[in-house]
Design a binder for this molecule. Structure first.
Ligand SMILES: [Zn+2]
Length: 201
């Protein structure tokens, strides 16, 4: 009996879609059939968008946020306070804090968190770039806004220890955030409160 499993290009697309977060085999199949039934130009627009993000988007030279330019739109905004740095794990955390709408300083994106058991040590993060930035002077306060998880807290502690001799004030987001939750899913008011109520580390 011939197999009814898709093969070739269709199987490949389903496999690729199935690798995306939150997309199980059923959803991958549904999206694949949606695309197969769509106008060619619409599907190619999606393909172009995927190619563009891969080819054009890269880390900001200063803060490692994502940008298509040398500096991201936050670093190049002259109205932001350059004496205040908010250290986050990922660009999506930065976006969550930006959505809260109250923070007016700059950022530093670590591009991850320390996870020794997964082989993620300090050299895999942008900690050197952060130290270089701080050593250049001008930064007065650093808000550690890593996630309130075991690894996020460990990362905040590690970075804070490195910064200890620099004379920069170090604060941590207030625990309005439920422990173990991640910034990405916090609501905007919760994040605004956490920034307002930050405490000395
Ligand atoms: Zn930047």
């Amino acid at each position: 009996m011939a197999s009814t499993e898709p093969t070739g290009a269709i199987a490949r697309l389903m496999d690729e879609l199935g690798n995306l977060p939150g997309i199980g085999p059923k959803s991958a199949e549904r999206i694949t059939h949606f695309l197969l039934a769509s106008e060619t130009k619409d599907v190619l627009a999606l393909a172009d968008a995927l190619r563009d993000v891969v080819q054009k988007v890269h880390p900001c030279r200063q803060c490692c946020n994502l940008t298509e330019d040398e500096l991201c739109n936050i670093c190049s905004d002259g109205k932001r306070d350059p004496t205040l740095l908010c250290v986050v794990e990922q660009p999506r955390d930065l976006m969550s804090i930006e959505r809260a709408g109250t923070y007016r300083g700059l950022y530093h994106v670590l591009q991850g968190r320390l996870a020794p058991l997964d082989g993620v040590g300090p050299e895999k993060l942008t900690i050197d770039a952060l130290m270089h930035r701080v050593n250049q002077g001008g930064v007065k306060e650093i808000i550690m806004a890593t996630n309130p998880t075991l690894e996020g807290d460990g990362t905040a502690l590690y970075v804070s220890n490195l910064l200890a001799g620099t004379g920069v004030k170090i604060t941590r987001l207030a625990r309005g955030l439920p422990s173990g939750s991640v910034l990405e899913f916090a609501n905007t008011q919760m994040l605004a409160d956490a920034i307002e109520g930050r405490r000395v580390f």
